[in-house]
Design a protein around this ligand. Structure first.
Ligand SMILES: [Zn+2]
Length: 397
């Protein structure tokens, strides 16, 4: 038996907005989530949910709602952390601690709690279980990894996982209150690398006694500029950039060592692997040709968030019930940004969508900007989407 999540969510709209404001006042960073954890647990307690596990991978929380009939388990994930930014919104409920919810994760948490309330209150109609996952430390990629390692996807085993990002990410023709989906990757693979060149130093007057690492690094850095143009399909976005360059101390010394760092970004693991290996070969090959030692190291690696086609199909059925068919949009723009939800998508069929909450009638600021804000009038639809998904997905699987 399904429910009308749209109507139910509109009925608790003020509660969701009130919770969001409470979270907005106390943004916390990484795993330092004492106040946020307390607030989430207080609200889950008010709702009446008792099957709660805390301290997952540090400060993660999972709350399980058991349906009346046995079935599969749907995970709903909300990230809860803020950023070290001093807020300049002037909102009456602005941050009081010097950090800021400048990415909308306060709204994610509040919308997910709204869904928890509605799913719990209607659990007599629910097939299977719903696991609400409240994840800290999304900014910086620490939370998903730690929660997965600590078993958040087990007991009960999560069979499918959904999440959303609200705010002002895509401009194009996606308007406030609309829900949007991407057919393949909502976030990119990211590899941060370091290329180190080790040679033999000498006085600048005796270059023949040196093996110049700067020369090798300069050649390698400029060769890298050709990697995308000759290895990547021109119809698909890809980035291979050099973003730092360090070497040398004085004008009359050829140094022993220098290094540069950079970022490689593509939409799929296959494309990423190819570009990373090309950059590695250039670093090692150019170094070898100039008789210096070249070392390519990966400092950080994140996969793309891969959308499950069956869940995309479900979304296409469910989202129109919430916002109407004409407000369900396909995202045609790529965003070469990372999102640690991607780590879940490797392990469980997943779907990550965009919930547009830009203001229709006042200026919008980018995410991570001190004036960033979201339109609270759109929160009900995030809650409605999660809730409707929980009931409709269980019904037909
Ligand atoms: Zn975010």
């Amino acid at each position: 038996m399904s429910i009308n999540a749209k109507e139910l969510s509109k009925g608790i709209e003020n509660e969701i907005i009130g919770w969001r404001r409470e979270f907005h006042r106390c943004p916390e960073l990484k795993m330092d989530m004492d106040k946020t954890e307390k607030l989430i647990l207080r609200i889950l307690g008010e709702i009446g949910i008792t099957d709660i596990r805390t301290g997952i991978g540090g400060k993660g929380i999972a709350a399980v709602i058991h349906g009346a009939k046995p079935g599969k388990c749907l995970g709903i994930r909300a990230d809860c952390d803020g950023l070290p930014i001093k807020e300049e919104t002037g909102l009456p409920f602005a941050s009081e601690n010097g950090n800021m919810h400048a990415c909308g994760h306060d709204a994610h948490t509040a919308m997910a709690l709204g869904a928890a309330k509605l799913i719990y209150e209607n659990r007599d109609k629910l097939v299977g279980d719903v696991k609400m996952i409240f994840q800290p430390y999304e900014e910086g990629d620490g939370g998903a990894k730690a929660m997965i390692a600590d078993g958040v996807l087990e007991n009960p085993k999560v069979d499918a996982l959904i999440a959303l990002h609200t705010g002002n990410i895509y401009n194009g023709d996606i308007y406030t209150g609309e829900l949007a989906w991407h057919p393949t990757s909502m976030s990119f693979c990211i590899t941060a690398y370091k290329a180190t060149f080790k040679g033999v130093g000498s006085h600048v007057s005796t270059p023949h006694l040196s093996r110049d690492p700067i020369m090798a690094a300069v050649y390698a850095a400029s060769e890298i500029q050709s990697v995308i143009s000759r290895n990547s399909n021109p119809g698909r976005p890809a980035i291979a950039s050099v973003t730092t360059f360090h070497g040398g101390e004085r004008n009359n010394i050829i140094p022993e060592e220098c290094y540069f760092e950079g970022s490689i970004r593509t939409p799929t693991d296959e494309e990423q692997h190819l570009i990373v290996e090309r950059v590695r070969k250039i670093v090692e090959g150019v170094a070898a040709s100039m008789d210096v030692e070249g070392k390519f190291e990966i400092a950080f690696d994140l996969n793309a968030s891969k959308m499950d086609p069956a869940l995309v199909k479900k979304f296409r059925e469910i989202a129109p019930k919430i916002v109407g068919e004409e407000h369900v949009k396909e995202i045609t723009e790529w965003t070469p940004a990372g999102e640690d939800f991607a780590r879940f998508t490797k392990l469980v069929p997943s779907l990550y969508i965009y919930h547009c909450s830009r203001f229709a009638d006042k200026p919008n600021y980018p995410h991570h900007n001190p004036k960033f804000d979201v339109d609270e009038a759109q929160f009900w639809s995030g809650t409605a989407y999660f809730t409707q998904f929980a009931f409709d997905w269980q019904e037909k699987t």
